[in-house]
Design a binder for this molecule. Structure first.
Ligand code: SF4
Length: 476
């Protein structure tokens, strides 16, 4: 495990552990498929959906290219409206800032709505060490907290938990009756959380978007817990990744139409809160509003012109639901809070390729993620770029480099490719040799290394009976 808590090494071992649990695999398969199908239905109802995606991408590009200006504009507007802006370069700084805000306000317990940045910097652990207890109020996050677990999905953190798991957790930690009825389980959580909302003096939230033009923090949710977290306690702290900025208020119309549809297939999430400064005279809401603008590796990603595009992400989770690898191995195999295709991109970016070098390889590069991404991030292309970065780093290490067998095979391949006659002879020999192993167009087992390693994990398509050159000759 790294200092940041990343465990991205040994992804194969963790994936293997999941393959041993059919119920877990079924939970991932059915949930992702449901979200994927809902998205398809939802976007089919929107005329001009593709144009909307283009517009969102253009807006994100605009903001990321001029992030310093938009951040300054957002910060000025928050302060003008009576909020307090804090800048945090690292995860530790985020925790320190929130701890100091809590200590100054005499807070011993706070309520927290779902924030991936909070997970990223391990806020709960840091504050607990200072004697300040955080209570998750999003149902999925509450389940994760009670289980001492990590989110398995950006949008649905407890996607891997069955009703039975939830029931066991509630009996053990909330001393509730034993039930697996979703309505009863929700009622139990609601009852337990209500007391926490009433007690808490500070609420911590994330942000889906932060509008530079107006200094507004925008939060989209389905349960209403964010609304309570941000308005009921005396102090509200919003953790905002610096890439969450959007330029103008009118741009929200573009992003909100994409977010719900892409993530869960909803036209709009049930609640959308627009928070512009603390309570004014005659209003409800917190006395203090703090906005923590979080870098934690994001400017490093910004510095790489090629990889900058990953910061366009609006965390809708659609790429996870579409990814055949995520559906199979689940969120925890990726080893950090962000999983799936976007996790494989931003984990190495935020933390350095050294601690997350296996992640860019956890993809079939099929392009399903790119197809569904509402801001059209070219995820496969960026993964290839990261793969080459990872490979460069390994090759420069004294004992690094790809395995010897792979190096020899690649050299042999390159040598043959430059000699058409030898290449063609090799093809003829391989076609002849495969007769021993090919069945119905597939080779399922090969005896010789390194090909035996390939067929250990996947089937190999049999070579066509004629090469392209032979067919071309006949056609002409
Ligand atoms: S990369 Fe695209 S699809 Fe994946 S979470 Fe981000 S915005 Fe959604």
């Amino acid at each position: 495990m790294s200092e940041t808590g990343i465990q991205s090494a040994h992804i194969h071992e963790r994936a293997e552990a999941i393959f041993q649990k059919p119920s877990l695999q079924e939970a991932y398969r059915s949930s992702t498929l449901r979200l994927y199908t809902h998205r398809l239905q939802a976007i089919a109802e929107v005329p001009g959906f593709e144009a909307l995606r283009d517009r969102a991408r253009a807006l994100k590009r605009e903001v990321i290219e001029r992030l310093d200006e938009y951040l300054a504009e957002f910060a000025d507007n928050v302060e003008r409206l009576g909020g307090k802006v804090h800048w945090a370069a690292t995860g530790d700084e985020v925790c320190r800032i929130v701890r100091e805000i809590a200590q100054q306000a005499g807070v011993k317990e706070f309520v927290k709505s779902k924030t991936m940045v909070g997970e990223e910097v391990e806020l709960n652990h840091a504050l607990e060490a200072a004697g300040i207890r955080g209570i998750e109020t999003d149902l999925g996050e509450l389940i994760i907290q009670l289980a001492g677990d990590r989110p398995a999905h950006i949008v649905a953190p407890a996607i891997h938990k069955t009703r039975q798991d939830v029931s066991d957790l509630f009996v053990e930690h909330l001393h509730s009756e034993r039930t697996t009825e979703p309505e009863r389980l929700t009622a139990i959580a609601r009852h337990a959380l209500r007391e926490s909302f009433a007690r808490a003096e500070m609420g911590v939230s994330g942000a889906n978007f932060a509008v530079a033009e107006t200094g507004t923090v925008v939060l989209a949710e389905n349960e209403g817990n964010i609304r309570l977290c941000t308005t009921s306690p005396r102090v509200h702290v919003a953790l905002v990744g610096i890439e969450k900025i959007i330029p103008r208020f009118e741009d929200l119309a573009v992003f909100l139409r994409l977010l719900g549809r892409s993530g869960t297939g909803q036209k709009l999430t049930v609640y959308t809160s627009l928070l512009t400064g603390p309570r004014r005279a005659g209003e409800d809401g917190p006395d203090e509003m703090h906005v923590v603008l979080v870098d934690n590796g994001r400017t490093a990603a910004l510095a790489d012109e090629k990889m900058r595009e990953a910061l366009y992400c609006i965390r809708c989770g659609a790429c996870l639901n579409a990814c055949p690898v995520y559906r199979k191995i689940g969120g925890h195999a990726y080893g950090w809070v962000y999983s799936g295709p976007i996790g494989a991109l931003i984990t190495p970016q935020f933390n350095g390729i050294g601690v997350a070098r296996e992640l860019p390889f956890a993809s079939s590069l099929c392009g399903a993620c790119r197809e569904v991404c509402p801001v059209r991030i070219n995820i496969p292309d960026l993964l290839l770029h990261l793969r080459s970065e990872a490979q460069k780093q390994t090759s420069s290490a004294p004992s690094g480099g790809p395995p010897r067998g792979e190096r020899v095979s690649m050299r042999l391949w390159a040598w043959a490719m430059k000699r058409p006659r030898i290449y063609s002879l090799g093809g003829r020999m391989a076609r002849w040799g495969q007769k021993l192993y090919a069945r119905q167009g597939w080779i399922r087992k090969l005896p010789l290394f390194p090909m035996s390693r390939w067929t250990e994990g996947r089937d190999f398509p049999a070579l066509a009976s004629q090469t392209f050159r032979e067919r071309w000759k006949k056609l002409r």
